[in-house]
Design a protein around this ligand. Structure first.
Ligand SMILES: Nc1ncnc2c1ncn2[C@@H]1O[C@H](COP(=O)(O)OP(=O)(O)OP(=O)(O)O)[C@@H](O)[C@H]1O
Ligand SMILES: [Mg+2]
Length: 436
């Protein structure tokens, strides 16, 4: 078997000398394959690469990165090791490992690590802060290659990445041809990204201690993957059969195709499972059109069962009701979103329920709803008994009526915050039965 990149953007991506090179666009463009080829070239010269996917199952599932790697790396004499870590050790002394960061906090597992080449497959699935955290882990202790980051992605208009790549994307959502593979530079100043056309421009603006990083974006198209097209001629037809929005994104590589209308459609229902402990989140409202919402979730594996309640009243009338519901649904910790009252309602509720936290919100609300609510919607089941409560029916109908940036959004906001708090390391559900 001859292993080599295909002509066009796959080759260009592999030859990139940018600190950060991103290969994004159509499904089947050959992006993941390119990432594996790249990591191989790093390992071949005796250095180390880590390829990341958001979750562990995505790495090892059939046809995932691990399978590809077996096919590509074994013939080169690389020895695979599948223990707590997934690694290929190359005869040169270099290695390619596979990692995941399902939860926000998982980034800290890489504290202290030094990785010459970090590759993110489906970069838009990672959070911006995970990506930037990993930038700080990007060093080559062996001094064999210039440390760099590589990423692949499908277009996702709501992701932080769409913003990060906006210079390369046209008004119509398609990549600007003349800018394909062009390099730009950025530095981060007080959490804000500042872009420049050249390194010296940024150094002039922000001083000689600023260390601009170069970024290049390579648009991927299925048409560039002739190997796939000849092996599987039906693949393009199946992309054409997608709905309009997915077709524009996954066949056309469009970064602005978006669904308008409701974001939470066709809810799935499941019975609440009282064997599990749960986590709760209160979106505090103070009346006057602002609903107070309480949402409770159990998290089993990667799936959630959620029950939510919504009241047009101020939070101060609802503590008894919260306490009753928290008890009924075996809640561990309750978090109050508490910007408006500086945590006063959280402190008040502590008299009724001991484990209370409060959380002043700084994140952009819409991004949060998309990144944690919409993104996880396929894994969320609504508790069937929600319909037995008037406040439950109100919560669900407001959630299902939610459209981007249209009020009321307290239900969508509360649910997204709750899922985020669990993903960021809130209590993972444990089986109470097993603990006895
Ligand atoms: N250089 C290459 N040599 C041989 N086969 C290749 C090469 N590049 C891509 N392919 C083939 O094309 C297929 C699709 O490529 P790949 O999985 O990398 O696409 P992708 O852009 O990551 O797709 P998706 O967006 O669905 O993740 C691979 O399974 C592989 O068989
Ligand atoms: Mg892929």
């Amino acid at each position: 078997m001859e292993i080599k990149p295909q002509p066009g953007p796959q080759t260009a991506f592999l030859c990139s000398d940018a600190d950060i090179a991103i290969y994004g666009g159509s499904a089947g463009g050959g992006k993941s394959y390119a990432l594996l080829l790249h990591a191989m070239s790093i390992a071949n010269v005796g250095s180390n690469a880590v390829l990341m996917r958001k979750t562990f199952p995505e790495i090892i599932q059939e046809g995932g990165l691990w399978d590809y790697a077996m096919e590509l790396y074994n013939p080169l004499g690389a020895i695979s090791k599948q223990s707590t870590e997934l690694t290929f050790n190359f005869p040169s002394g270099g290695s390619v490992s596979f990692g995941h960061m399902q939860h926000e906090k998982d980034k800290y597992k890489w504290q202290g690590a030094q990785i010459a080449c970090i590759g993110f497959d489906e970069l838009a699935h990672f959070s911006k802060s995970q990506f930037f955290y990993m930038l700080s882990r990007n060093r080559d202790p062996k001094g064999k290659v210039t440390p760099h980051i590589r990423g692949t992605c499908n277009p996702d208009p709501d992701s932080w990445l769409a913003q990060f790549l906006s210079w390369w994307i046209g008004e119509d959502g398609y990549p600007i041809k003349e800018r394909a593979g062009a390099t730009r530079y950025f530095i981060t100043v007080q959490d804000e990204i500042q872009w420049g056309d050249t390194k010296s421009e940024l150094i002039e603006r922000f001083g000689k201690d600023s260390e601009p990083k170069s970024v290049a974006f390579y648009p991927a198209s299925i048409q560039d993957n002739q190997i796939l097209i000849s092996k599987d001629p039906g693949y393009i037809a199946s992309l054409k059969a997608l709905d309009e929005v997915d077709r524009a994104r996954l066949l056309g590589g469009n970064w602005k195709a978006k669904r308008i209308g409701k974001l939470f459609k066709n809810p799935k229902f499941a019975d609440w499972d009282f064997r599990y402990d749960s986590t709760a989140w209160v979106d505090t409202g103070f009346g006057g059109g602002n609903n107070t919402t309480l949402q409770i979730a159990i998290n089993i594996g990667s799936e959630y069962i959620v029950i939510g309640f919504s009241w047009p009243e101020s939070v101060i009338h609802l503590y008894d009701e919260f306490a009753r519901l928290c008890k009924k649904y075996h809640v561990g910790t309750v978090t109050f979103e508490s910007n408006a009252d500086k945590g006063a309602s959280a402190r008040e509720f502590r008299k009724f329920w001991p484990s209370v936290e409060d959380h002043p919100e700084r994140e952009n609300k819409h991004n949060k709803i998309v990144n944690y609510g919409v993104y996880n919607w396929g894994k969320i089941y609504i508790a069937s008994e929600i319909n037995q409560y008037e406040s439950g029916r109100r919560w669900l109908s407001n959630l299902l009526a939610y459209e981007e940036k249209v009020e009321p959004d307290d239900e969508a906001d509360g649910m997204a915050s709750l899922i985020r708090s669990i993903e960021d390391g809130g209590p993972i559900a444990y089986n109470l039965g097993n603990l006895e």
